[in-house]
Design a protein around this ligand. Structure first.
Ligand SMILES: *Cc1c(COP(=O)(O)O)cnc(C)c1O
Length: 464
């Protein structure tokens, strides 16, 4: 490359002056204009250096690029995405989606003062725990409940408040990594707990737990739901009820990190190994913690339910203050939990459940409707309605695909990778599945109100 070319790049302040004179950039603040101008010139420089540009673009082109850059700088970083992957609880895409009624309630509580810690009946200070506790005791049969920032935080609080300096017995088959290099044993260690692993990866018997109990040293028994993986074949795990009996015989608590945590029996979906919170409590478990934004379909939180005196210890520990949730979280969870009072309403109005329970024939109709809308908006694409499989996601039921329907999209001119990239970089951001030279739009996770925007995004991807 001819280095003289780089000398042709205008100086930032000079270009800025000229840009201000250009009418449509005058409305920008100085800071925004400066940032956009810098970024534009950096791009020009690197494209000259790698040979993508043969010369410095003219002023009109630069002004347009600065305007586009300023526009992009103004866009939200955290923004809505159309999830066409069919993964219902997509961790990268924000897990559970709130229903419109719940979202409206959050907006209402967030934009005014609230009863967050105010007891209106008494006219004095209240507790932020009361908003969910009555609902949770009613829905699950627990004696008491509390909520912290997420389930990992719940595990840490339980460790620190109940078992600091003591041993917790856990099966070797349950020492899970929950993602993002976050491992339950590490959280236990942070909470000051000694992990006493028993049994083997595939088999842990009641007798393994019995042998590990050391009076004065053992603080309790911990069960961890192996949410995101399954051990199959020659396996054995001690039953919950026998573990509960063993723990209580030694005056120890049995704790269960349930991971996803659901109030709904999911066996109609073929999902057999996600026990409900109610079932686990009935089996005699003393304390359960689970996520608010996995199968429950609420927002990020760690819900803890169980025996009153144990929850009281958790509530009074200093970490409870460190890990406490905001009013928006409480508003979202209270509105979500209220829907569970009527299971039919829950399935209709909690998007996570509505998507999971969507009927395949209904999904096929949805795929045909999307197909028609895309065909009208973006001629030139080869479209086909095809059967596919969705995933629950969020580390729940990993081995159980859900039969679904998708629109398969190909274009003779653009590769599948190119289409995928253009949809991802477009507005709105669309995330799709690819494979076999086509992209797949699984309608399970696409809302009907998003169909037009999705068709428009495809039209723009073709035109670009
Ligand atoms: C997902 C999960 C967690 C972490 O929950 P977050 O709400 O994401 O913090 C902890 N334990 C298990 C078993 C899980 O599946």
């Amino acid at each position: 490359m001819d280095l003289n070319l780089l000398r042709g790049i205008p100086k930032v302040d000079v270009l800025m002056e000229q840009a201000v004179a250009a009418s449509d950039l005058r409305a920008l603040s100085r800071a925004a204009l400066l940032a956009a101008t810098r970024r534009t010139l950096e791009t020009v420089r690197s494209r000259l250096l790698n040979g993508e540009l043969a010369a410095v673009p003219g002023r009109e082109v630069l002004f347009r690029q600065i305007a586009e850059q300023a526009e992009a700088d103004r866009a939200y970083s955290l923004r809505p995405v159309i999830n066409a992957t069919g993964v219902v609880l997509h961790t990268n895409l924000g897990r559970a989606v709130l229903g419109s009624g719940v979202a409206a309630h959050v907006a209402e509580v967030a934009s005014s003062y609230s009863t967050l810690e105010y007891d209106a009946a008494e006219g004095g200070r209240g507790s932020r725990h009361v908003h969910l506790e009555k609902l949770l005791t009613g829905l699950t049969g627990c004696e008491a409940a509390m909520t912290v920032n997420n389930n990992a935080a719940a595990v840490m609080l339980i460790m620190a408040a109940l078992f600091n300096g003591r041993e917790l017995i856990v099966s070797r088959g349950e020492l899970v990594e929950i993602g993002g290099a976050c491992r339950i044993p590490d959280i236990m260690e942070l909470g000051g707990v000694e992990l006493r692993a028993v049994g083997t990866t595939n088999r842990t018997r009641l007798s393994d737990y019995v042998k590990a109990i050391a009076p004065g040293k053992t603080g309790g028994i911990l069960k961890i739901h192996t949410s995101n993986f399954r051990i199959i074949g020659y396996t054995e795990q001690a039953g919950l009820d026998e573990l509960a009996a063993l723990a209580h015989q030694h005056d120890l608590p049995l704790i269960f990190d349930l991971g996803s945590g659901t109030f709904m029996d999911l066996s109609p979906l073929g999902i057999q190994d996600e026990p409900t919170v109610q079932q686990v409590l009935r089996a005699g478990v003393d304390l359960i913690c689970f996520s608010g934004d996995k199968l429950l379909g609420g927002t990020q939180a760690g819900l803890i339910t169980g025996r009153r005196e144990i929850i009281a210890k958790l509530k009074s520990h200093p970490l409870a203050r460190v890990l406490r949730v905001d009013k928006m979280t409480l508003a979202a969870l209270e509105a979500t939990l209220k829907l569970y009072l009527n299971p039919y309403e829950a399935i209709r109005q909690i998007p996570t459940l509505a998507m999971l329970f969507a009927d395949p024939s209904e999904l096929r109709q949805k795929a045909e409707d999307l197909n028609r809308i895309i065909a009208e908006a973006a001629p030139g694409l080869q479209l086909e309605v095809v059967p596919t499989e969705s995933q629950t996601g969020g580390g729940a039921a990993p081995e159980k695909p859900l039969p679904s329907w998708a629109v398969s999209v190909t274009n003779g001119r653009l590769s599948e990778a190119c289409l995928e990239e253009r949809l991802r970089l477009g507005e709105p951001t669309v995330v799709v599945r690819t494979g076999h030279d086509r992209i797949l739009l699984d309608v399970r996770t696409i809302h009907r109100k998003e169909f037009e925007a999705l068709a428009w995004a495809l039209k723009k991807a073709l035109a670009d």
